[in-house]
Design a protein around this ligand. Structure first.
Ligand SMILES: [Zn+2]
Length: 250
Protein backbone atom coordinates (compact mmCIF):
# COMPACT_ATOMS: atom_id res chain seq x y z
CA UNK A 1 0.00 0.00 0.00
CA UNK A 2 1.46 3.31 -1.06
CA UNK A 3 1.91 5.80 1.62
CA UNK A 4 2.53 9.20 0.10
CA UNK A 5 2.83 12.19 2.44
CA UNK A 6 0.16 14.10 0.43
CA UNK A 7 -2.37 11.22 0.69
CA UNK A 8 -2.17 11.00 4.48
CA UNK A 9 -3.65 14.50 4.80
CA UNK A 10 -6.37 13.70 2.28
CA UNK A 11 -7.31 10.52 4.13
CA UNK A 12 -7.59 12.44 7.37
CA UNK A 13 -9.91 14.88 5.63
CA UNK A 14 -12.01 12.04 4.12
CA UNK A 15 -12.29 10.39 7.55
CA UNK A 16 -13.40 13.67 9.09
CA UNK A 17 -16.03 14.21 6.37
CA UNK A 18 -17.22 10.61 6.76
CA UNK A 19 -17.49 11.08 10.53
CA UNK A 20 -19.50 14.28 10.10
CA UNK A 21 -21.85 12.57 7.58
CA UNK A 22 -22.34 9.57 9.91
CA UNK A 23 -22.97 11.87 12.85
CA UNK A 24 -25.54 13.69 10.73
CA UNK A 25 -27.31 10.45 9.79
CA UNK A 26 -27.26 9.29 13.41
CA UNK A 27 -28.77 12.59 14.60
CA UNK A 28 -31.46 12.46 11.90
CA UNK A 29 -32.43 8.87 12.83
CA UNK A 30 -32.53 9.79 16.52
CA UNK A 31 -34.66 12.84 15.77
CA UNK A 32 -37.05 10.79 13.65
CA UNK A 33 -37.42 8.22 16.42
CA UNK A 34 -38.03 10.99 18.95
CA UNK A 35 -40.73 12.65 16.86
CA UNK A 36 -42.24 9.46 15.49
CA UNK A 37 -45.98 9.91 14.92
CA UNK A 38 -48.06 8.78 17.93
CA UNK A 39 -49.80 5.42 17.85
CA UNK A 40 -53.26 5.68 16.27
CA UNK A 41 -55.97 6.43 18.87
CA UNK A 42 -59.01 4.16 19.21
CA UNK A 43 -61.90 5.12 16.93
CA UNK A 44 -64.32 5.96 19.76
CA UNK A 45 -61.90 8.57 21.16
CA UNK A 46 -62.27 10.60 17.97
CA UNK A 47 -65.87 11.49 18.85
CA UNK A 48 -65.95 14.44 21.30
CA UNK A 49 -68.99 12.93 23.08
CA UNK A 50 -66.98 9.87 24.07
CA UNK A 51 -64.64 11.81 26.34
CA UNK A 52 -67.42 13.36 28.47
CA UNK A 53 -67.57 11.93 32.01
CA UNK A 54 -71.24 10.82 31.92
CA UNK A 55 -71.47 9.47 28.37
CA UNK A 56 -73.55 6.28 28.38
CA UNK A 57 -75.42 7.14 31.61
CA UNK A 58 -79.23 7.24 31.42
CA UNK A 59 -80.49 9.45 34.22
CA UNK A 60 -84.06 10.25 35.26
CA UNK A 61 -84.47 13.72 36.77
CA UNK A 62 -87.73 13.93 38.69
CA UNK A 63 -89.07 17.39 39.54
CA UNK A 64 -91.11 16.58 42.65
CA UNK A 65 -94.88 17.31 42.78
CA UNK A 66 -96.59 19.32 39.97
CA UNK A 67 -100.11 20.00 38.75
CA UNK A 68 -102.71 19.49 41.50
CA UNK A 69 -99.88 18.70 43.97
CA UNK A 70 -98.01 21.86 44.93
CA UNK A 71 -95.88 20.26 47.64
CA UNK A 72 -94.65 22.54 50.42
CA UNK A 73 -95.13 26.28 50.32
CA UNK A 74 -92.31 28.81 50.68
CA UNK A 75 -92.95 30.74 53.88
CA UNK A 76 -92.13 34.28 52.75
CA UNK A 77 -92.79 34.33 48.98
CA UNK A 78 -95.76 31.97 49.06
CA UNK A 79 -94.36 30.09 46.03
CA UNK A 80 -95.16 26.41 45.74
CA UNK A 81 -92.39 23.83 46.03
CA UNK A 82 -93.37 22.32 42.66
CA UNK A 83 -92.25 25.50 40.84
CA UNK A 84 -88.84 25.66 42.52
CA UNK A 85 -88.34 21.90 42.02
CA UNK A 86 -88.92 22.29 38.29
CA UNK A 87 -86.55 25.26 37.97
CA UNK A 88 -83.77 23.33 39.75
CA UNK A 89 -84.54 20.10 37.83
CA UNK A 90 -84.02 21.98 34.56
CA UNK A 91 -80.63 23.18 35.77
CA UNK A 92 -79.74 19.60 36.73
CA UNK A 93 -80.81 18.44 33.26
CA UNK A 94 -78.59 21.07 31.66
CA UNK A 95 -75.52 20.25 33.79
CA UNK A 96 -75.90 16.49 33.25
CA UNK A 97 -76.43 16.87 29.49
CA UNK A 98 -73.27 18.97 29.26
CA UNK A 99 -71.42 16.07 30.88
CA UNK A 100 -72.70 13.63 28.26
CA UNK A 101 -75.59 11.93 30.11
CA UNK A 102 -78.92 11.05 28.48
CA UNK A 103 -81.50 12.77 30.70
CA UNK A 104 -85.19 11.86 31.04
CA UNK A 105 -87.44 14.35 32.84
CA UNK A 106 -90.58 13.08 34.61
CA UNK A 107 -92.17 16.45 33.81
CA UNK A 108 -91.13 19.63 32.01
CA UNK A 109 -94.12 21.80 32.93
CA UNK A 110 -96.58 22.31 35.76
CA UNK A 111 -98.32 18.96 35.53
CA UNK A 112 -98.94 15.85 37.58
CA UNK A 113 -98.59 12.33 36.18
CA UNK A 114 -102.17 11.20 36.81
CA UNK A 115 -104.26 9.75 33.99
CA UNK A 116 -108.01 10.08 33.38
CA UNK A 117 -108.39 6.31 33.65
CA UNK A 118 -107.28 6.18 37.28
CA UNK A 119 -109.11 3.39 39.12
CA UNK A 120 -111.41 4.62 41.91
CA UNK A 121 -109.49 2.85 44.67
CA UNK A 122 -106.23 4.54 43.81
CA UNK A 123 -105.38 8.01 45.14
CA UNK A 124 -104.08 10.65 42.75
CA UNK A 125 -100.82 10.80 44.70
CA UNK A 126 -100.37 7.04 44.43
CA UNK A 127 -100.95 7.00 40.70
CA UNK A 128 -98.69 9.99 40.16
CA UNK A 129 -95.86 8.26 42.04
CA UNK A 130 -96.38 4.93 40.26
CA UNK A 131 -96.18 6.67 36.90
CA UNK A 132 -92.89 8.35 37.83
CA UNK A 133 -91.42 4.95 38.73
CA UNK A 134 -92.86 3.40 35.52
CA UNK A 135 -91.25 6.18 33.49
CA UNK A 136 -87.85 5.39 35.02
CA UNK A 137 -88.29 1.68 34.20
CA UNK A 138 -89.33 2.49 30.63
CA UNK A 139 -86.35 4.84 30.19
CA UNK A 140 -84.05 1.99 31.33
CA UNK A 141 -82.57 4.45 33.78
CA UNK A 142 -79.22 3.81 35.42
CA UNK A 143 -80.03 6.33 38.11
CA UNK A 144 -82.92 8.43 39.47
CA UNK A 145 -82.58 11.90 41.01
CA UNK A 146 -85.72 13.31 42.62
CA UNK A 147 -85.61 17.05 43.31
CA UNK A 148 -87.47 18.54 46.30
CA UNK A 149 -87.44 21.45 48.74
CA UNK A 150 -87.67 20.92 52.48
CA UNK A 151 -89.75 22.74 55.07
CA UNK A 152 -90.04 22.64 58.83
CA UNK A 153 -91.95 24.58 61.46
CA UNK A 154 -88.68 25.56 63.16
CA UNK A 155 -87.49 28.23 60.75
CA UNK A 156 -83.86 28.00 61.87
CA UNK A 157 -83.47 24.62 60.12
CA UNK A 158 -81.45 24.82 56.90
CA UNK A 159 -79.09 22.94 54.57
CA UNK A 160 -79.47 20.48 51.71
CA UNK A 161 -79.97 16.80 52.55
CA UNK A 162 -79.91 13.66 50.41
CA UNK A 163 -81.99 10.51 51.04
CA UNK A 164 -81.52 6.95 49.79
CA UNK A 165 -83.34 3.67 50.27
CA UNK A 166 -82.27 1.61 53.26
CA UNK A 167 -80.43 -1.51 52.10
CA UNK A 168 -79.55 -0.15 48.65
CA UNK A 169 -75.73 0.08 48.70
CA UNK A 170 -75.39 1.88 45.37
CA UNK A 171 -78.05 4.39 46.48
CA UNK A 172 -76.16 5.00 49.72
CA UNK A 173 -72.92 5.52 47.78
CA UNK A 174 -74.62 7.95 45.39
CA UNK A 175 -76.24 9.81 48.30
CA UNK A 176 -72.89 10.15 50.07
CA UNK A 177 -71.18 11.50 46.94
CA UNK A 178 -74.12 13.85 46.34
CA UNK A 179 -74.18 15.17 49.91
CA UNK A 180 -70.42 15.79 49.74
CA UNK A 181 -70.72 17.67 46.42
CA UNK A 182 -73.57 19.84 47.74
CA UNK A 183 -71.55 20.80 50.81
CA UNK A 184 -68.36 21.46 48.82
CA UNK A 185 -70.07 23.54 46.14
CA UNK A 186 -72.71 25.42 48.12
CA UNK A 187 -70.98 25.66 51.52
CA UNK A 188 -74.24 25.71 53.50
CA UNK A 189 -74.25 27.02 57.06
CA UNK A 190 -75.57 23.68 58.27
CA UNK A 191 -73.72 20.61 56.96
CA UNK A 192 -76.11 17.67 56.98
CA UNK A 193 -75.39 13.97 56.36
CA UNK A 194 -77.13 11.71 53.85
CA UNK A 195 -79.89 9.60 55.42
CA UNK A 196 -81.98 6.55 54.61
CA UNK A 197 -85.56 7.56 53.78
CA UNK A 198 -88.77 5.75 52.97
CA UNK A 199 -89.83 7.47 49.73
CA UNK A 200 -91.83 5.82 46.94
CA UNK A 201 -89.52 7.06 44.16
CA UNK A 202 -86.54 5.28 45.78
CA UNK A 203 -87.96 1.79 45.32
CA UNK A 204 -86.12 1.05 42.04
CA UNK A 205 -83.14 -1.28 41.95
CA UNK A 206 -80.92 1.36 40.34
CA UNK A 207 -79.16 3.94 42.54
CA UNK A 208 -81.80 6.53 43.41
CA UNK A 209 -81.73 9.56 45.65
CA UNK A 210 -84.20 12.17 46.80
CA UNK A 211 -82.50 15.53 47.15
CA UNK A 212 -84.00 18.08 49.52
CA UNK A 213 -82.16 21.10 48.13
CA UNK A 214 -82.75 23.26 51.20
CA UNK A 215 -85.48 24.65 53.47
CA UNK A 216 -88.05 27.00 51.96
CA UNK A 217 -89.21 27.62 55.54
CA UNK A 218 -85.87 29.30 56.33
CA UNK A 219 -85.89 32.96 55.29
CA UNK A 220 -82.27 33.16 54.09
CA UNK A 221 -82.32 29.78 52.34
CA UNK A 222 -85.65 30.50 50.66
CA UNK A 223 -84.10 33.61 49.10
CA UNK A 224 -81.18 31.55 47.82
CA UNK A 225 -83.38 28.75 46.47
CA UNK A 226 -85.49 31.25 44.53
CA UNK A 227 -82.47 32.87 42.84
CA UNK A 228 -81.46 31.74 39.35
CA UNK A 229 -77.80 31.86 40.29
CA UNK A 230 -78.21 29.49 43.24
CA UNK A 231 -80.41 27.19 41.15
CA UNK A 232 -77.59 26.99 38.58
CA UNK A 233 -75.07 26.24 41.32
CA UNK A 234 -77.37 23.51 42.63
CA UNK A 235 -77.56 22.00 39.13
CA UNK A 236 -73.76 21.97 38.87
CA UNK A 237 -73.34 20.55 42.39
CA UNK A 238 -75.81 17.74 41.72
CA UNK A 239 -74.11 16.89 38.41
CA UNK A 240 -70.74 16.86 40.20
CA UNK A 241 -72.20 14.45 42.76
CA UNK A 242 -73.32 12.15 39.94
CA UNK A 243 -69.90 12.45 38.30
CA UNK A 244 -68.00 11.45 41.43
CA UNK A 245 -70.38 8.53 41.97
CA UNK A 246 -69.89 7.43 38.34
CA UNK A 247 -66.10 7.53 38.83
CA UNK A 248 -66.44 5.33 41.93
CA UNK A 249 -68.86 2.91 40.26
CA UNK A 250 -66.67 2.21 37.21
ZN1 LIG B 1 -91.44 17.63 48.11
Amino acid sequence: MQCLPGNKGERKLTMAVLLIVMLGIFTAVAAFQKYAPPAPTPVEAESPAAVLPLTGWRIVVDAGHGGYDGGARARDSGLWEKEINLAVAKQVEKALTQRGAAVFMTRTGDEDLCSDSRPAHKTMKREDMENRVALAVEAKADMVLSIHMNEYRDRTQSGPQVFYRQGCDSGRLLAGAMQEALIARLQPKKERAALAGDYFILQLDVPSVLIECGFISNAAEEKLLLSKNYQQRLGEAIAEGVESYAALAQ
